[in-house]
Design a protein around this ligand. Sequence first.
Ligand code: NAI
Length: 249
Amino acid sequence: MTRTAIVTGAARGISAATARRLAADGNAVAVLDLEAGQCAATVAAITDAGGRAIAVGANVADARAVTEAVAHVEAELGAPTILVNNAGIIRDNLLFKMTEDDWDSVLSVHLRGAFLMSRAVQAHQVAAGWGRIVNLSSTSALGNRGQANYAAAKAGMQGFTKTLAIELGRFGVTANAIAPGFIVTDMTRATAERVGVGFEDFIAQNAKEIPVGRAGYPEDIAAAASFFCSEEAGFVSGQVLYVAGGPRA
Ligand code: NAI
């Protein structure tokens, strides 16, 4: 059966790989990012491979934009019953230098964004009696220097996920979180720049600390998302899966 999935932040990185993977799994995919134009490459990769996808522009922290985006997806691809809350930003700073804007913008995209998207999509999931929600947490949820805002948001994603699992389970909807470790994307490239290390050296430094001896790639996270969104994962809910090449960062 063809399902419709929405993957947020899917212009690039982990989310783009997840969108491609869910399309390869047979789902129609709404590739959502701030501007529809940013999603062209991800949509093309899916359609070139024979899949079905549309680009959707929306700020996930904007309630009105979210309502309109979900209605647009329903009209174009059918009611969405799979949601991956992946859109994210970092505004790293040590606590004494962290501004209110650093704090508010990070909590807004991750937590308010996941809340608004989940609230809009659950209506379709409950109506269908089936649904999958996957939220992106992080090993930073366990604490990470310079990321008080991000760590709070990513720990919050775990409590949010477990609560959705409890509330929505009776409607056939599961909710799970993935907590990636070090993944090679533009986000970690920006972190390397902030600490003044070349990206290749930064990747090598991080890989040394990872038990499997390598950095992670977006496809590693997409594979976990694919499992949580699958038919056979229906008895797995409220879980946090650390995908970090070892027990934790
Ligand atoms: P990325 O920075 O490469 O991509 C994030 C995407 O989200 C961008 O395309 C951006 O435009 C979009 N986005 C940002 N704000 C948005 C908003 N308000 N509305 C809609 N879209 C928005 O990031 P990456 O590395 O692919 O990360 C994806 C997710 O995985 C994030 O939630 C991140 O926090 C999480 N994560 C990443 C890790 C890593 O090592 N890269 C580790 C742990 C978690």
